[in-house]
Design a protein around this ligand. Structure first.
Ligand code: SME
Length: 159
């Protein structure tokens, strides 16, 4: 296993994802522990892009419970019908929020968060087992490129 990531500097986000995905794949396929893999994925995304907050909420005890993350401390439990994370859980789809203030029910774990993307992870029966939440301190920071690559990345984590 490679011990450090090689991230192209001065590259666009798509190029960085293209460099990151095979390295993450190599890192994750050598480890079967779900939490360990969530932890390295959060760290890799933080290192590659410097996102304000990147982490996972795991389906547990009939709610979404904070899992491995990188960034400031965050809310620990989210009901299935609350926030952007709950919306992604319920719709089983990626949710792109260009301006968190315009998303009804958005949960502000940190007032510096301005835009957000949440991507569901699926288990072997097609059920949502966790969500990946990435927050930016800039408005409108996420696009379909992030959606496509983050969906690819969470597929590497599916159990
Ligand atoms: N904003 C999320 C809550 C999680 S934090 O941002 C880390 C939401 O509305 O679901």
């Amino acid at each position: 296993m490679s011990e450090s990531l090689v991230i192209p500097r001065n590259a666009g986000r798509k190029e960085i994802y293209e460099a990151l995905v095979p390295q993450l794949n190599a890192l994750l396929e050598g480890e079967s522990d779900f939490i360990a893999n969530l932890a390295n994925t959060a760290a890799a995304l933080k290192e590659a892009f410097g996102f304000f907050w990147v982490g996972f909420y795991v389906v547990k005890e009939n709610q979404l419970v904070l899992g491995p993350f990188q960034g400031p401390i965050a809310c620990t439990r989210i009901a299935f019908d609350r926030g952007v994370c709950g919306h992604a859980y319920q719709t089983q789809q990626t949710v792109l929020v260009p301006d968190v203030e315009k998303f009804p029910g958005h949960i502000a774990c940190n007032s510096l968060s301005r835009s957000e993307i949440v991507v569901p992870l699926f288990g072997s029966n097609g059920e949502v087992i966790a969500v990946l939440d990435v927050d930016s301190d800039r408005l409108n920071d996420f696009s379909e490129i992030d959606a496509a690559f983050l969906e690819k990345i969470v597929r590497l984590l599916s159990v």
